[in-house]
Design a binder for this molecule. Structure first.
Ligand code: MN
Length: 317
């Protein structure tokens, strides 16, 4: 066992209280990794875990196991000092949101992440940007330490892998499949988990469908750009993965961009690629992510401007 994992287990063994969280507006990997981590700790150690999130936890994740254990962060007293805080799948400090103060106050901070990040915030980092989901790093640690698990933990790890790899479409190393094979052998039924996520509000699906219908195409149809206005943004559930998938099914489309007018001068950008890496483009807008799936949030600029800038950014791609 490497010394970082050994230190991690020692900290868990000695802790009485553990705070567990991920990035704000959690996606499948973020929320499921949090819930799986907390359950693993409670099954294998004596510590009490508190799971928190900031922003919106999407409706499509309402039916995942242990969902009720994740609390909106302001439900937990800011005065409480946790022995350990575990920050999973968070990407960068500014994406932690409301719970950041609680994290900073914790006696020991651990991070487990698969995002590229030059400025880690923890005392102990168990990061690996080659892992295809944070849940995969968690799975590896579970195997190394020999933690007891259960059906809920296995379902949560499986949902995290399915959502972060787009049902395996983005797997590059194959590790997602290897891990899933083990989970399936132990009783995970993939179709049931995918069905359980078919739980979006009708409005959310209709908003995404309308944005698909109104998408624009540039550079000989190689770039598709969809836009969600501020009024429609309120009805979204998740990041618009369905919309990005549909546009990516069009013959000749290589890059898909979704612009979300979150506030008048705050524009969310999601980018997907079927060709060259686009994480550099996300980075040029102050964001980041993975080679073929990345994003950014631009503050202080309008939808119109960001629309023009993103089209310009794809020039020559
Ligand atoms: Mn992730």
């Amino acid at each position: 066992m490497n010394k970082n994992i050994k230190l991690f287990t020692e900290k868990l063994r000695d802790a009485k209280s553990v705070l567990v969280l991920a990035h704000k507006n959690p996606d499948g990997d973020a929320l499921c990794s949090v819930l799986a981590m907390a359950r693993l700790i409670e099954k294998n150690y004596h510590a009490k875990c508190v799971c928190v999130y900031d922003g919106n936890a999407p409706d499509y994740l309402d039916n995942i196991p242990l969902r009720d254990k994740a609390l909106y962060w302001d439900k937990v007293s800011a005065k409480k000092t946790f022995d350990v805080a575990i920050v999973l799948d968070y990407g960068a400090e500014h994406q932690v949101g409301g719970p950041l103060e609680m994290v900073k106050k914790a006696k020991f901070v651990i991070e487990i992440d698969h995002h590229k990040n030059d400025k880690p915030i923890a005392d102990l980092c168990l990061n690996d940007d080659t892992a295809e989901a944070t849940a995969i790093i968690l799975y590896r640690i579970m195997q190394t330490v020999g933690w007891r698990d259960d059906a809920d933990i296995r379902d949560l790890l499986a949902i995290a892998i399915l959502t972060d790899t787009g049902n395996f479409k983005f797997t590059q190393t194959g590790e997602a499949l290897t891990v899933m094979a083990d989970l399936v052998n132990k009783g995970v039924y993939i179709n049931r988990l995918i069905e359980l996520m078919n739980n979006k509000p009708r409005k959310a699906v209709l908003v995404e469908a309308a944005a698909v219908a109104n998408a624009e195409f540039f550079y000989r149809n190689r770039l598709a750009v969809a836009t969600i206005s501020r009024r429609d943004y309120r009805d979204m559930d998740g990041r618009g993965e369905m919309l990005l998938n549909i546009l990516g099914q069009i013959k000749g489309v290589e890059y898909i961009v979704l612009l979300k007018e979150q506030k008048e001068t705050q524009i969310g950008i999601s980018i997907r690629s079927r060709g060259a890496a686009i994480d550099g483009i996300a980075a040029s807008f102050g964001g980041g992510g993975h080679e073929r799936a990345a994003g950014a949030v631009v503050r202080g600029d309008t939808l119109e401007n960001v629309h023009a800038r993103i089209i310009e950014a794809f020039k020559g791609m």
